[in-house]
Design a protein around this ligand. Structure first.
Ligand code: NAP
Length: 248
């Protein structure tokens, strides 16, 4: 098959099977990026997205890997290099959430949260950077959260993981800037995905009332920022809040 001429760039999207990640995949597909969609449990969704995009002549591969595990991340990176020979952009999007009182959070729940939401970013970035540093070019975008900036009640472990991502983003941006690699994070407010399916419409309306733009965000709001961050050349080390003004 012919390479995609328009950008000829390869992007990995972790957790690309649903929600924000799936929307990022679809938007970048329009820009003709070569895409590796990572998923863990949602194989049928991943296959459906791939099938749809293949019909539009997008070069898209899907790969199952639990990004909370170093060995599986290594396989994801190896697969990407075998398929597309390069990694230009890494979107660390995969994440989980859970609401629990801090005093009731078990070690296992804490570790799962940190492994999935923070260590995954460590593993994926470190493995992808080997290729990016060789090439002296790259772009890493981490999907953080408003709670990583402000802290979220009953979401201490999640907030810690996302705050960790913010620290990693700033420090790593300084470390790899000379290699022409940009590292940024996006901190969404509340976005309409399955992650918030536990909220009732009443609860969503109450949150909406607190948001100056008076609406819940959509995955496309985050995807558009990802696209902009990839194209931009002078932004690094930033945590970009996209939250309708919920936290300013
Ligand atoms: P979502 O709809 O629940 O989707 C989560 C995605 O992450 C799925 O594709 C899932 O893949 C993947 N994932 C989870 N654990 C994984 C693992 N161990 N390995 C690989 N993939 C894994 O959530 P979302 O709302 O799109 O969230 C995406 C990101 O945005 C997360 O990092 C989240 O913390 C962040 N965020 C979301 C909101 C919001 O309001 N929605 C707000 C702030 C930040 P499988 O289904 O294939 O397992």
């Amino acid at each position: 098959m012919e390479e995609n001429k328009e950008t000829n760039k390869t992007v990995i999207v972790t957790g690309g099977s649903r929600g924000i990640g799936a929307e990022i995949v679809k938007l970048l597909a329009k820009e003709k990026y070569n895409i590796v969609l990572n998923y863990n449990k949602s194989e049928s969704q991943a296959k459906q997205i791939q099938e749809n995009l293949l019909q539009e002549n997008i070069k898209i591969e899907i790969f199952r890997a639990d990004v909370s595990k170093r060995e599986e991340v290594k396989k994801l990176i190896k697969f990407t290099l075998e398929k597309f020979k390069t990694i230009d952009v890494l979107i660390n999007n995969a994440g989980i959430t859970s609401e629990k009182l801090f005093t009731e959070t078990t070690d296992e729940e804490w570790n799962t949260m940190i492994n999935t939401n923070l260590n995954s970013v460590f593993y994926c970035s470190q493995e992808a950077l080997k290729e990016m540093i060789n090439k002296k070019q790259g772009c890493i975008i981490n999907i953080s959260s408003i709670w990583g900036v402000t802290g979220g009640s009953c979401e201490v472990a999640y907030s810690v993981a996302k705050a960790g991502i913010n620290g990693l983003t700033k420090a790593l941006a300084k470390e790899v800037g000379l290699s022409n690699i940009r590292v940024n994070a996006i901190a969404p407010g509340i976005i309409e995905t399955e992650m918030n399916s536990h909220l009732s419409s009443k609860e969503k309306n109450e949150i909406k009332e607190e948001i100056p733009l008076n609406k819940i965000g959509m995955p496309i709001d985050i995807a558009k920022c990802v696209k902009w961050l990839i194209e931009d050349e002078y932004t690094t080390g930033q945590i970009i809040s996209i939250n309708g003004g919920w936290y300013i």
